[in-house]
Design a protein around this ligand. Sequence first.
Ligand code: 6PG
Length: 472
Amino acid sequence: MDQQQYDFGMIGLGVMGRNFLLNVADDGYAALGTDVNAEAVDALNKEGEGMNVLGVNTQQEFVAKLAKPRKIMLLVPAGKIVDKVIEGLLPLLDDEDIIIDGGNSHYDDTNRRYEYLKEKNIRFLGTGVSGGAKGARLGPSIMPGGDESAWKEVQPILETVAAKVNGDPCVTYIGESSSGHYVKMVHNGIEYGLMQLIAEAYDIMKRVGGLSNNRMSEIFADWNRGRLGSYLVEISGKILAQKLEQGRDEHLLDYILDKAKQKGTGKWTSQTAMDLGIPIPTIDAAVTMRAISAFKEYRQDTSKMFTVINSDEVKLDGEALAVEIEKVLYFCFVITYAQGMHLLSEASEELNYNLDLEGVARIWRGGCIIRAELLEKIRKAYGSREGLKNMTATAEFRNDLNDCRSAVVEVLHLANERGIPALCMATALHYFEAFRSERLPLNMVQAQRDFFGSHTYERIDQKGTFHTEWDS
Ligand code: 6PG
């Protein structure tokens, strides 16, 4: 009988779980996995041949083979399944064992599970894992939050498994309770924003500049070597080059239906931002655009009812336009990260997470979907200023935003003229304009509130609260 004790266990051997576990085994740890689906267990055993990894079919066997305190990660779909798996495990576990939920769980669920498991003497880490299947296999960015003593026990494993930037592992203890899942959720909100901004840039370059997919692919590759260098820019360039089939000229991208799906993390980011009163309009707009995209039939009908300049007929110099779009994307990327970081700074106080924002930027530099050159600058901006909330006006970004602003105005003008939607770009610009406006027209809003609801207002020339019997 196999008496070996395993260092790390994984429940859920889908593509993420299997790859993460193989990564653990690669790093010299004895890795054990289980799944309700016997085929997934077989797939792990096949792929893990010759490695110190084993797939087993029952939770009893799984738990019995793990060294104590057991370190068990769950990579199962977020929601009720997580609770079900935890309930199944509980009678088999001992005090001080560790459960790591590595899925995209909602932070409220994570808070509840953390408290529940604490009562049962089980240590819980709600952990964001980013990087997709490839990241899980080769090095993801990992965002663990919850029981700090549990973090200390799994730290050596997670540090070897995580992506590295200049030898620095892309994992750190995020903070108490649900902070790890909260940070991962905001990561995904930023991800939504960047993805939509790239989509808008592609649309404008194609429809205003008449650039081919092949040329845009080269331009994206070029951008990826500069200040826009990032995983999402890199893969977008590759997507633009992908042919429908080998030997054919058509591009796969032109055949993909323009309806985007979503699993909820972007929406949750917008919801919590609204609750905390932190503006993240570019992320909200990205969620909204996915929602609008889903109304395909309505869009088809409506497209016949309004006349706008046919953008496909009026082409400008595509190469010159691409130079401007690079500035637009840089401006909008900075604004999107700024919104996400601002939200985290507020959540840190309101939800008592006590986040180290420099640390968050540091572990996002590698492995995750929003990894980008820009994150090193963001890390420095937060690292050198305690309590920094919004980074837009810092020395790291001020001049670049000033320099790029006119390109955003011009490109949006072109899009507006031609009826090309660019909601994310527009929100980024207006967010910037609003924050750099000493005065906003919200005096009118206050007056309206007082007019119809006696909600009172403050004055700029006197202290106190005022109400007027308005002439009606
Ligand atoms: C990651 C990704 C990952 C997942 C998204 C997709 O960081 O590795 O964010 O978690 O691909 O959740 O989200 P949508 O289905 O909502 O686009």
